[in-house]
Design a protein around this ligand. Structure first.
Ligand code: PEP
Length: 248
C-alpha cells in the first residue's frame, strides 16, 4: 500500500474540555482498532482542548483547525505556529470551507499558512472544494485547479501535505458527493500534482470530506485516489468514530 489510510475528525466549535477528556479516555480503544486496520486516526479540536487531548493520548494525530502564518505580533485573537508546536501539535487544517466562507480566507492566505506550517515541520491538511453554484455551473475543476495552484505555490516537498477535497455543498448538509464525483476530483487533484511533482504525487494522501458517515465511508475507501476521510458531525461521538474506522 503506497499510502496509509487516514481518518481525521474535525470537531469545529464543538466539545468542552470535559467532553474532550471523555473522548480522550475512550480514544485508546479507537487507536487499537485503527492500528489493527492500518489506519492513521486523528482529530482537530478547538484550541482550548488541544492540551487536554495531548495530555491524555498524544498518540492520536492532534491538529489545530487554523493557524496564523506569522510567528507572533499584534494579531488579536490569533494563534501562531510556534505556540502550537510548543504544545506538541503537529498538524493543522488550512482553508476549511467554513474559514473561507465566514473568515474570508483566500487561496493566497492559505498558501502563506501552508508554507509556514511546512517550514515549521508540521503537516498542513489543505482543504479545497467548490460551492454549490460552482458545481451547478460545471466549473468544479477550474476552481480546484486555482485552489491547488495558488494554495500550494512554492511547496517543494508535496508529500508532507495532506489534501482534503470537500465540496462546500456537501459539508454538514447530509448531501454527500457520490463516490464517482469524489473519485473524479481526487484523481484530478492527483493529476495536477503529478504534472508538478512527478512520482511524489502518488505519496500524497487525498481525503474526501462532506457528510461522510459510517454507512457511506466504505464507498469512498474503495476508490483508487481516495485515501481516507475528513469527517465533521460523525466524528463527534466515540461510537460513531469507532464505526467509521470499522467500515473504512
Ligand atoms: C467537515 O467539517 O470538514 C465536514 C466534512 O463536516 P461533515 O462531515 O459534518 O459534513
Amino acid at each position: 500500500m503506497l499510502r496509509k489510510k487516514l481518518l481525521v475528525g474535525n470537531w469545529k466549535m464543538n466539545k468542552t474540555m470535559a467532553e474532550t477528556t471523555a473522548f480522550g479516555h475512550a480514544s485508546f480503544e479507537l487507536l487499537r482498532q485503527a492500528k489493527e486496520k492500518h489506519i492513521d486516526i486523528g482529530v482537530t479540536p478547538p484550541y482550548l482542548s488541544l492540551q487536554t487531548l495531548l495530555n491524555i493520548n498524544p498518540k492520536l494525530i492532534i491538529g489545530a483547525q487554523n493557524v496564523h502564518h506569522l510567528p507572533k505580533g499584534a494579531y488579536t485573537g490569533e494563534v501562531s505556529i510556534p505556540m502550537l508546536k510548543e504544545l506538541g501539535v503537529s498538524w493543522s487544517l488550512v482553508g476549511h470551507s467554513e474559514r473561507r466562507t465566514y473568515f474570508n480566507e483566500t487561496d493566497e492566505s492559505c498558501n502563506l499558512k501552508v508554507l509556514a506550517l511546512l517550514e515549521a515541520g508540521m503537516t498542513p491538511l489543505y482543504c479545497v472544494g467548490e460551492t454549490l453554484t460552482e458545481f451547478e455551473k460545471g466549473v468544479t475543476k477550474k476552481v480546484i485547479k486555482k485552489q491547488i495552484d495558488v494554495g500550494l505555490k512554492g511547496v517543494k516537498d508535496v508529500k508532507e501535505v495532506v489534501i482534503a477535497y470537500e465540496p462546500v455543498w456537501s459539508i454538514g448538509t447530509g448531501k454527500n458527493a457520490s463516490k464517482e464525483i469524489a473519485e473524479d476530483i481526487c484523481g484530478y487533484i492527483r493529476g495536477l500534482l503529478e504534472k508538478k511533482y512527478g512520482a511524489d504525487a502518488h505519496l500524497v494522501r487525498i481525503l474526501y470530506g462532506g457528510s461522510v458517515k459510517p454507512n457511506n465511508i466504505k464507498e469512498y475507501m474503495d476508490m483508487p485516489n481516495i485515501d481516507g476521510a475528513l469527517v465533521g458531525g460523525a466524528s463527534l461521538s466515540v461510537e460513531s468514530y469507532a464505526e467509521l474506522i470499522e467500515n473504512m
